[in-house]
Design a protein around this ligand. Structure first.
Ligand SMILES: [Zn+2]
Length: 255
């Protein structure tokens, strides 16, 4: 461990250089041989020290955690479904569960059955079979009812009811910034989030909430999100407000 205390408090670069040479503490020089290769800068005494970051293109930029993270993190290929999960208006906690599902990281019973072959699993909603992403979203009779109900709120009659087909539908849907498309993605993510949460609550807390209540929770969450967003005044927005029973006058903050 290198002792920072070997430098005086609030030491500046000027304190670290003398007679055109670095004044590294001896222990630093022994431990970090690369220090001998650091070029001694030409100091302009009238200027204060400032932190800079030399990015991966070699250009000096403002130092920020964001810049450092973007330069040092690994970039993967962008997946086709990225916009279905992450978008400006998304609810992060909901998007996170959808992302886990897309990545195959939800610990559904079809996976657990492979790890514990001696155990028997059954879906907590229908008790007909073990659950899986496809079963929960939205093959199971419990979630299927919820999904069909909430689709009515988003002009979603042409959105399919099976996981794989829903993902393909969102990937192929044009104009991802249109009002209805945003609300469709919000409702999809909220449905996945609340059904997954209810599934876990039944397994781990033995608390049962009827499907009608889960539907209401999805609608309530998305409605609150819609109220926090700014949409351009247009006929689509008027349609949306009508469908979601949104009266902006009621929701204006009182002075
Ligand atoms: Zn089921």
């Amino acid at each position: 461990m290198i002792k920072a205390a070997q430098l005086k408090e609030n030491a500046t670069v000027a304190d670290m250089i003398g007679n055109g040479e670095w004044k590294w503490p001896t222990e630093w020089k022994e431990r970090i041989v690369e220090l001998t290769n650091v070029v001694v800068p030409n100091l302009e005494n009238q200027l204060d020290d400032r932190l800079v970051w030399v990015n991966k293109k070699g250009v000096e930029t403002k130092f920020s955690v964001g810049n450092v993270w973007n330069d040092t993190r690994e970039y993967g290929n962008k997946v086709q479904w990225a916009k279905m999960v992450w978008y400006t208006q998304c609810i992060p906690s909901h998007a996170f569960v959808v992302w886990l599902a897309m990545r195959g990281r939800l610990n559904t019973q079809d996976k657990l059955a492979k790890w514990y072959p001696e155990n028997e699993f059954e879906c907590v909603f229908c008790k007909n079979q073990s659950d899986s992403v496809c079963h929960l979203f939205f093959y199971c009779e419990y979630s299927s009812w919820i999904w069909k109900e909430v689709k009515k709120k988003v002009k979603g009659s042409d959105i399919p009811n099976e996981w794989e087909k829903i993902v393909t539908w969102f990937i192929n849907s044009k104009c991802p910034n249109k009002v209805w498309n945003v609300v469709q993605r919000l409702v999809f993510a909220a449905s996945v989030y609340w059904i997954w949460r209810e599934r876990n609550s039944r397994i781990f807390k033995k608390i049962v909430i009827p499907k009608e209540t889960i539907k209401e929770k999805i609608v309530e969450c998305v409605k609150l999100r819609i109220l926090s967003l700014k949409f351009k005044q247009c006929t689509t927005y008027e349609e949306l407000k009508e469908n979601w029973e949104i009266n902006m006058a009621e929701h204006r903050p009182r002075l």
